[in-house]
Design a protein around this ligand. Sequence first.
Ligand code: ASP
Ligand code: MG
Length: 450
Amino acid sequence: MIVIKFGGTSVKDALSIKRVLGIIKSRLNNKPIVVSSATAGTTDKLISIGNDAMKGNFEKVVKSIFEIKNRHLTIIYSLIKSEKIKLRAEKKLFEQISELSDLTKGIYLLKELSDRTLAKISSYGELISTNILNYYLIEKGLNSVLINAVDYMVTDSSYINAEPDFTEIKKRLKKTIIPELRKNDVVITQGFIGISSDMNITTFSRGGSDYTASIIGASIKAKEIEIWTDVDGILTADPRIVKSPKILNEISFKEAAELAFFGAKVLHPSTIEPAIKNNIPVRILNSHKPEKTGTIIKGKIKNSNFAVKSITSKRNIKILNIYSTKMLFAHGFLKKIFEIFDKYKTSVDLITTSEVNVSLTLENSNNISQIMKEISEFAEVKLEENKALVCIVGNNLKFLKGIEKRIFKVIGDFKISMISQGASLINISFVVENNDLEVVIKNLHKEFFK
Ligand code: ASP
Ligand code: MG
């Protein structure tokens, strides 16, 4: 059994869904469980609908629901020719749209949008897309069956940020997806959606269909999880900066996590954690170019010819420099600082410390002035802006002599504010000026991938 997940851009219109059919057909021998996202942009639109209804902007709500209905009707009409199947797909869509309208009326009247209601509204994106995909596969002669996520994806009651209950999910998968997959060619199901034990619809956090794929894959011990998206795989550098970066064939779980944290937004590392724990390979593929092999993420990888796997970066970060002689020989100083970050829910990417100085990089800085104010009560604090964080990742870095020399040969002439090299030595990170970022990345890429 394999799990194949299609992201929003892979099912965004009739043409894309035709490509999805080809991909599914080519994998029938592996018994695929297909997890689908909502069509691109639909979840955003549903969330706006909820907010507009609450604010009393009902005209906009009606218009948006109408757009969702038309977009999906167009897809149905261009994909499904058989009158009988078209009618069934259409009937279900109309039911879904009418439920959604009723729900928005409720929100409008009560002027209230709880997380529980928001989760229910958001779920329609996936409910609608999987209905269409399933009928399209049936039209094309496949034995396809739709199993709803609410029949097995049991979660806690954090409605829009749910966490799975693996024990219950495993039990239910044995009664739902697994027997159906035995009888049919393919099972379709929704990503992103779950159900709490008190029978309310829940969703994972945004982008949660990857999580669904990984939870199912881990629970049934799938051979592989395929994440179909709109990029060719994990690249050696940002293609907006480096003209032709290479696609990585293989990357370890650890490397992938480092890359994702530092802005290679292909996949959020926590979403594949269930797969990692169960040692199930995750492959990133481009549904617009299905002939490409993509990047496989797995526990153990072959030794690569390249010292560095990938160079990523994040622009527009800020550095907070904290200085205090009280730090000398004192304990509890870092705790004091981090309690403040915790209080303002602000996360920190990179930290360097010396005896009297702590420097941190921040991306989300909504509360920066309050944070600085509180720190200034016990230390000097200074903010530096317009910086960029560069992160060089590679499993092999720790075995290589002279890697730092090669890095500094390239970046030595630029202003560098912070350098960090973890003891695990899977990444080396440093901070440069925003304005220097492009040249720095280009030069590093030339040095390590020429
Ligand atoms: N449709 C959901 C979202 O946009 C889940 C996903 O696409 O993965 O967040
Ligand atoms: Mg996604």
